[in-house]
Design a protein around this ligand. Structure first.
Ligand SMILES: Cc1cc2nc3c(=O)[nH]c(=O)nc-3n(C[C@H](O)[C@H](O)[C@H](O)COP(=O)(O)OP(=O)(O)OC[C@H]3O[C@@H](n4cnc5c(N)ncnc54)[C@H](O)[C@@H]3O)c2cc1C
Length: 320
């Protein structure tokens, strides 16, 4: 089958890398870069993980993949927790040059087209016509959608596929990130992360990461993730007001006199607040699958598992 995968985040790339063995797969990504919420970003000489900071491994599938990544130098262990002592003993893995390394590894050898925003999906008698924002079309037998569920609902809205409202309407949390470049090392304690409680309604900061200590930035570079309620409350404020408030709250780790630059990166669909119990949603008759971390948990592992589940669902479609 010819299969279109919409979205080159971890879910889409995990699905595509499995499907490429035996199927003709094209991955369509609206952004100029791949990785989605893995989001490694460079500003001058500074490198930031702007989205996911690390990943943990619980299930067998990501375990096998992580063993391969470790052997190939794609990922390495960052630490076993934050704060005093040895943390909880669970390894926290990071991409060797940033979290987007995971995406680049999975994408290798695939037909991934960046700057290709999918605008809508038209049903054909058999299969789909994927309409891009430049009005060009790609005809395929099956589609895997890995955009956040409300966007998947929107893409399917013109078709006769009934993607359930109760999935499409699941709420997503917002997270505001500040990417701070410094001219001197930060005061973030080793191993370079401070994990606070992002669900605390009174908290300003949820996570602090020193990308230089983490080993991905050549120069001092700190990522601040605002707490959930704070992000929601300050979402519409101008960047400079948000930057000032976050730097103020982070004064324990960042000396304001050493700040060279602050870039604000808002994540509108940062994390599903109420994950859906299945690993993906499948419409066998119309050969469409919706997948993502909404389905298997709001983490790297959830996205990976949902991508594999989507690939298995497509393999089970009747190609005739
Ligand atoms: C601030 C933040 C911190 C996080 N921290 C952690 C962490 O420490 N550990 C952890 O395990 N997880 C963390 N996560 C969660 C983790 O990043 C996600 O679970 C995972 O990356 C989701 O992958 P995905 O492929 O499902 O979605 P995404 O990465 O969002 O991928 C979807 C892709 O679809 C593309 N797209 C959307 N619409 C279209 C369209 N119309 N046409 C074409 N392409 C389209 C998007 O551009 C995007 O690239 C964090 C997330 C955020 C935002």
């Amino acid at each position: 089958m010819r299969v279109a995968v919409v979205g080159a985040g971890l879910t889409g790339l995990a699905a595509a890398s499995r499907l490429a063995d035996g199927h003709d797969v094209v991955v369509l990504e609206r952004n100029p870069t791949i990785g989605g919420r893995l989001g490694t970003t460079t500003i001058g000489d500074a490198t930031f993980d702007a989205g996911a900071q690390f990943f943990t491994v619980r299930g067998d599938d990501l375990h096998r993949q992580t063993d391969r990544w470790l052997a190939d130098g794609v990922v390495r262990e960052w630490c076993r927790g934050f704060g005093d002592g040895d943390g909880d003993g669970y390894p926290r893995y990071v991409g060797t040059r940033g979290m987007s390394d995971l995406a680049h590894d999975l994408a290798s050898g695939l037909d991934v087209r960046t700057d290709h925003m999918v605008f809508t999906l038209d049903r054909l008698e058999r299969g789909w016509s994927v309409v891009l924002d430049d009005a060009s079309r790609i005809e395929v037998d099956a589609v895997v959608l890995t955009t956040p569920a409300p966007q998947a609902w929107n893409l399917l809205a013109q078709s006769d596929v009934e993607f359930p409202d109760e999935i499409a309407r699941r709420p997503f949390r917002r997270i505001v990130a500040a990417l701070v470049t410094l001219d001197a090392p930060s005061a973030v304690p080793g191993p370079g992360g401070v994990q606070l409680d992002p669900a605390d309604p009174d908290a300003v900061i949820g996570f602090v990461a020193d990308n230089q200590q983490k080993g991905i930035s050549a120069v001092p570079a700190v990522t601040l993730h605002a707490a959930w309620a704070w992000s929601e409350a300050h979402w519409d404020e101008p960047d400079d007001a948000v930057a000032t408030a976050l730097l103020d709250a982070a004064s324990e780790w960042i000396d304001g006199d050493r700040v060279l630059d602050v870039a604000i990166r808002p994540w509108r669909f940062a994390a599903p607040a109420e994950p859906w119990p299945d690993r993906c949603w499948v419409d066998e008759e119309h050969r469409v699958v919706v997948a993502g971390d909404l389905f298997a948990g709001p983490k790297v592992e959830g996205a990976f598992d949902s991508g594999l589940a989507a690939a298995a669902a497509v393999r089970a479609f009747d190609p005739d």
